[in-house]
Design a protein around this ligand. Structure first.
Ligand code: SF4
Length: 425
């Protein structure tokens, strides 16, 4: 069986980007803990924060209530500046108690948050102090504060904290492929099998299933981003000599083909062999997407900024499902990492970086798209105005990468349209 030539993201056009700054309606970076703690079972996330942070984690990750949790909140109440020394001592006490009770913890992340008392705390210094004399556990810090991060940026900050602690891959070693970005285990396994069939022996995932066994990083590392929101992580990997393989993201039949093809090309995989290996998965993905095309085709979609997946998903919906993106807003646009995606969007698609929520809602109301992708807080008011919505957070919590998930990804957008049609009947 042969497959048509994989799509190539040639820079057909460089879209103009509107920048907006104003009130934002986006989750904070703490949300990333919900999927990161599942990915790295030997890591523990200690949020240094307020009761609000504790509530967010408990409600966002309610499923953890029946399991031994791998995250917690050290609640820092209102204090004056004179209390700072106490604050350090309190943090030391909480961490000491935690590590004594949970000796299996191999990596402990201190996660910063918004309260002014926490911002005054020097968490990286606290992490170094706490790590002293504890060689068995790696203690790192990053910020998940809503002032500094939107929700998928929490993953970027966490992985960026891990990069400097990964061992060095000596120059001259055989090139190694690294997939960067937390993927559900089932998707990781599918990609691992695909790379093995392509003949790529040395493939590592970052983060892998253990936070304590990190892949080596160096000039022999070739990395593919699996998520578009890892700008800082990518920069730090490049600082250590790793080479980013430019590609669209693995969403849909075409996106996945192009992403795999970037790796295959970098590792000299024979083109015919590549086509043979990917053909069955690609065909399955196309058939699964085809089932939703009749409903999705021609429908107008508006993305409000939320997950930073907006640009690749708009590309998937436009090029593979026939949808028409009205406007694509994203909290941050890592233009370099998204260059291949931007080039594949329909020419003239309006793109906005940042948020001024009232202005954006005005545009949604003026356009009245068939579907609006947005955060939880905006969905209800828009639904009340008769507009169909899709919660962006579902796109982060559902496996959507790769050939086998392509149909599910299209289904996620078809479902609210079907529901709206039923309500109309
Ligand atoms: Fe709220 Fe900030 Fe805590 Fe996030 S980090 S839950 S935005 S207080």
């Amino acid at each position: 069986m042969t497959a048509p030539a994989p799509i190539r993201a040639e820079a057909r056009h460089v879209p103009e980007v509107r920048r907006e700054k104003g009130q934002r309606e986006v989750f904070c970076g703490l949300t990333g803990i919900v999927w990161l703690h599942r990915k790295m079972p030997d890591a523990f996330f200690l949020v240094v924060g307020s009761r609000t942070c504790a509530h967010l984690l408990q409600s966002a990750a309610g499923v953890m209530i029946f399991a031994e949790p791998r995250f917690a909140t050290a609640i820092i109440e209102e204090r004056d500046l004179a209390g700072m020394a106490d604050l350090d001592a309190e943090l030391d006490r909480v961490v000491g108690r935690l590590l004594a009770r949970r000796p299996e913890i191999r990596t402990l992340f201190l996660v910063g948050s918004c309260p002014s008392e926490v911002i005054k705390l020097d968490l990286p210094r606290a992490a170094r102090r706490l790590a002293d004399g504890r060689p068995e556990v790696r203690i790192l810090s990053y910020s998940g504060s809503g002032i500094e991060t939107t929700f998928t940026e929490g993953e970027d900050a966490c992985l960026a904290a891990l990069v400097p602690t990964a061992p060095a891959l000596p120059p001259g070693d055989a090139p190694e492929l690294m997939i960067v970005g937390a993927l559900p285990d089932i998707v990781e396994d599918q990609f691992a099998r695909m790379f093995a069939e392509l003949g790529l022996g040395r493939v590592r995932f970052f983060p892998g299933r253990s936070a304590s066994s990190l892949p080596g990083i160096g000039p022999s590392t070739r990395f593919l981003l699996a998520q578009p929101f890892l700008g800082e992580t990518a920069r730090l990997l490049e600082d250590r000599g790793a080479v980013r393989l430019a590609a669209p993201f693995p969403f849909g039949a075409e996106g996945t083909t192009a992403w795999l093809h970037a790796a295959a090309t970098a590792f000299g995989v024979d083109e015919m062999h590549f086509r043979q290996v990917i053909a069955p998965g690609r065909e399955r993905a196309k058939r699964a997407i085809e089932r939703h095309r009749a409903l999705l085709g021609g429908k107008r979609i508006f993305f409000l900024p939320d997950s930073q997946l907006e640009v690749p998903l708009a590309r998937f919906l436009a090029t593979e499902c026939g949808m028409a993106p009205v406007e694509v807003c994203t909290p941050y646009l890592h233009a370099r990492n998204l260059a291949e995606e931007l080039a594949l969007l329909p020419e003239g698609t309006p793109i906005t970086e940042g948020q001024d929520v009232d202005l954006q809602l005005d545009r949604v109301r003026a356009e009245r798209p068939d579907l609006t992708v947005c955060g939880l807080g905006l969905a209800n008011p828009l639904e009340a105005e008769g507009l169909a919505t899709k919660w962006a957070i579902e796109l982060v919590f559902t496996p959507i990468h790769g050939f086998e998930q392509a149909g599910d990804l299209a289904e996620l957008f078809a479902r609210p349209l079907r529901r709206r049609d039923l309500l109309r009947v």
